[in-house]
Design a protein around this ligand. Structure first.
Ligand SMILES: CC(C)(COP(=O)(O)OP(=O)(O)OC[C@H]1O[C@@H](n2cnc3c(N)ncnc32)[C@H](O)[C@@H]1OP(=O)(O)O)[C@@H](O)C(=O)NCCC(=O)NCCS
Length: 153
């Protein structure tokens, strides 16, 4: 696992466009990099297989996006990436990670629940979609030992 650089954006974008119904753009990734967010990639055999972008906000962090290449999903890579971001946030005195997820993204919601996130609220009409807009579920995970220990990777 290592920091993402501008040279990685093509590979990350290819995964993002394949696995996200409403993918981030190249500009979103380059803004995240220039904004100093914690952008990480994981490689297997020299090929990027997962990525995540975390935005520190005072003593919290927001997980902005996370993705695993379609052919490599459900092999623990997402959990390993998330756990690495959580450990970094904890080591940097953040006490909680939160995120917004589309209410229609049921697989991701199930996955976040499994990795220790709980629902703390909703934002009405937060995302645009083909019908107009849809709500976001707001989820959070306290960076306590119990949750940091969920990953074994
Ligand atoms: C969501 C995502 C990041 C999960 O990564 P992953 O590598 O596939 O998941 P992991 O293998 O780390 O899963 C860890 C655990 O969650 C479980 N899990 C994975 N996907 C799941 C799903 N869709 N529903 C329920 N549980 C799931 C796994 O079985 C595993 O549990 P286990 O160890 O007890 O078997 C990945 O599927 C993805 O890129 N999805 C598309 C993009 C997306 O929706 N991102 C989130 C919103 S930005």
């Amino acid at each position: 696992m290592r920091s993402m650089g501008l040279a990685d954006v093509d590979a990350v974008l290819a995964i993002e466009q394949a696995v996200q119904p409403y993918p981030w753009t190249r500009g979103n990734f380059s803004d995240a990099l220039s904004g100093g967010y914690r952008c990480m990639v994981d490689e297997a055999g020299g090929v990027i297989v997962s990525y995540a972008v975390l935005m520190p906000v005072l003593d919290e962090a927001e997980l902005l996006t996370i993705g695993v290449a379609a052919s490599r999903q459900r092999q623990g890579l997402g959990r390993t990436m998330l756990a690495a971001q959580m450990r970094w946030a904890s080591a940097n005195n953040m006490r909680r990670i939160f995120l917004e997820v589309r209410v229609s993204n049921l697989p991701a919601i199930a996955w976040y629940r499994k990795t220790g996130f709980i629902e703390i609220g909703a934002r009405r009409g937060y995302y645009r979609n083909a019908q107009g807009c849809e709500d976001a579920l707001v989820m959070a995970c306290d960076l306590i030992d119990e949750n940091l220990g969920r990953d074994h990777g």
